[in-house]
Design a protein around this ligand. Structure first.
Ligand SMILES: [Zn+2]
Length: 282
């Protein structure tokens, strides 16, 4: 089956703040190789070839306070993906509290840098995904622009273990407001609220036609425990490995585990490839 990994990380790891850098380095014995892969897209494309991964969305986000990532990540991932624009999909980000002119910056990201998805990371950016209702106007502008351009917004839902991250912001229920207030915005719940908000996520996925989710960071062998009615969500589920996240040996290993689960082949095909193609308008 063809594979579109809708959620993996090629990031400028050297930008990490000391605490986050140590946390990341400690959990990756192949840390030097990860730096090399992030330095050279040809090396990463060779890895994708070996592991038979056709396309991938490369996730980046801005989190100066918790992680150390600044708006420079957008230039980084835009340049990186130019090595193979048909295979590498750049995902960028703004931080609504740090960006000067969100409307102009969104235009720049999408028009000039060809960013194809915007990531919001509430536990690492330290606000609720619906905080535009309580004065965070820049967040409203980011959603409005993404809706206008028709590009999806990927929102981290669930916990995070990095120093300084605040888990409460990972509650997906805040996206109930976003789905209602921006009815044409394509919203993707990254990680489906794992580990303890998966029922909320299931509710949101069934309630809102514009909410999707990716299965990244959910070990595939546990996917049906978290989402026993996964087949009802066939059209709204995207495969994502979250590589090189903790516990992900390789993208291929993650794909192979997913192929083992007890759902029908048609659903697997959609989740592994077709849904992402449709969502990115490819
Ligand atoms: Zn991720």
């Amino acid at each position: 089956m063809r594979v579109f990994d809708a959620h993996l990380h090629i990031q400028p790891w050297r930008m990490l703040k000391p605490g986050a850098y140590e946390t990341f380095k400690k959990s990756h014995s192949d840390f030097d190789r990860l730096l090399e892969l992030a330095d050279d897209p040809r090396k990463f494309l060779a890895l994708m070839d070996r592991e038979r991964i056709e396309r991938a969305a490369l996730i980046n986000y801005v989190s100066p306070d918790v992680m150390g990532f600044t708006e420079e990540v957008n230039e980084f991932i835009s340049r990186y993906c130019q090595a193979a624009p048909d295979r590498l999909i750049p995902c960028g980000s703004l931080h609504p509290r740090h960006t000067q002119d969100p409307a102009r910056q969104m235009d720049h990201l999408i028009q000039d840098l060809k960013i194809k998805m915007i990531k919001i990371h509430p536990p690492h950016q330290l606000f609720y995904a619906n905080e535009y209702l309580h004065g965070l106007e820049a967040l409203r502008i980011i959603y409005e622009k993404a809706q206008e351009y028709g590009i999806p917004v990927l929102v981290h839902t669930g916990t995070s273990i990095f120093p300084g991250a605040r888990a409460k912001y990972g509650d997906p229920l805040a996206l109930d407001d976003v789905a209602l207030d921006f009815p044409r915005l394509k919203i993707i719940l990254a990680h489906g609220g794992r580990p303890f908000w998966t029922e909320e996520s299931f509710f949101l996925l069934r309630r809102h036609p514009n909410i999707y989710f990716d299965i990244s960071s959910i070990p595939p062998q546990n996917l049906l425990k978290y989402f026993p009615r996964l087949e009802e969500l066939t059209e709204k589920t995207l495969f994502g490995s979250d590589w090189p996240g903790p516990g992900v040996k390789s993208i291929r290993a993650n794909v192979d585990q997913f192929l083992e689960i007890a759902i029908n082949d048609e659903s697997k095909r959609k989740i592994l490839y077709d849904n992402a193609m449709k969502l990115f308008g490819l």
